[in-house]
Ligand binder design. Structure first.
Ligand SMILES: [Mg+2]
Length: 277
């Protein structure tokens, strides 16, 4: 049987998911602090690939350190929120109005210094709509304000705002027996509603796992030739890694179990019980 030690040794760089792999709502997951210690001792390159959108990379780093995960630098964190911020910085004209759907903390995550970042409820018109998080706001009120703003923008300019989708998960398990809508479902709602109202759909760009943008950023930062993703979710971590063509390892300390492994593209190369090494 292949050990975790062997898997680590046979890849240049590791990509680690955060929730369900390093920490959960209670704190550090058993074995995770020692595993990161081990990687540090071995001088192994690793990056955290997380769909967390409501916090900056430094904020995510600090939260993990507080939970006892001995990360050496915040620069190992790659979050979907920061990829969206990079995209806006590099591709959206300075001065454009960017509205977001998510809690107020998202303003800091998106801040580029050259765009006007506003919460959806504050803006009547905007050029870009970022779907960041599914929590921290009044669901129906904010989505309807955004829909109204999209229609107004179309009527005044003949085009729709660009939709940036930070996390394409449409639904996810919140616990062992409860489920939640993810912000990915909002993109579907906007597309369907605008098709009905205006006969046209917005351009949507996706960022979080399983999008290859996250994995490409890991490759860019590490310069690695061989990478392995360790994650607890088949639909994001494993599917994304398989589509990107790197080794995928499912760890059973989070949301998915052995019985969730099904379709071909979502089958992990390896399954491990935990990160104990
Ligand atoms: Mg996870």
């Amino acid at each position: 049987m292949i050990t975790l030690e062997h898997l680590v040794a046979s890849h240049d760089t590791l990509l680690l998911d955060v929730m369900g792999v390093l920490i959960n709502k209670k704190g550090a997951i058993e074995g995770a602090p020692q595993f990161v210690d081990y990687l540090n001792e071995k001088n192994k390159k690793y990056f955290l690939l997380t769909n967390i959108c409501g916090d900056t990379e430094i904020g995510i780093y600090e939260r993990l350190r507080k939970n006892g995960i001995p990360l050496l630098s915040w620069e190992c964190v790659i979050s979907a929120g920061s990829l969206v911020q990079d995209y806006i910085f590099n591709n959206i004209p300075a001065g454009a109005k960017v509205a977001f759907i998510g809690p107020p903390s998202c303003r800091t995550v998106l801040d580029t210094g050259k765009h006007s970042i506003v919460s959806c409820g504050e803006a009547e018109l905007f050029d870009v709509l970022v779907l960041l998080d599914d929590e921290g706001f009044s669901f129906r009120e904010i989505l309807e304000a955004a829909l109204t703003a999209c229609v107004r923008y179309f009527k005044s300019s003949g085009k729709l705002p660009l939709l940036l989708l930070a996390n394409s998960d449409s639904a996810y398990p919140r616990g062992s027996d409860s489920y939640a809508f993810g912000s990915g479902i909002f993109a579907t709602m906007f597309s369907e509603a605008l098709k009905k109202l205006l006969g046209t759909e917005p351009e949507v760009i996706s960022f979080g796992k399983p999008s290859n943008r996250m994995f490409a950023e890991g490759k860019r930062r590490s310069g690695a030739s061989s990478m392995m993703m360790i994650g607890d979710q088949v639909a994001t971590d494993i599917l994304g890694a398989n589509m990107f063509g790197i080794t995928s390892t499912l760890v059973l300390t989070g949301l998915n179990s052995r019985t969730d492994v099904g379709q071909e593209l979502s089958t992990p190369n390896h399954i491990i019980d935990n990160l104990r090494i």
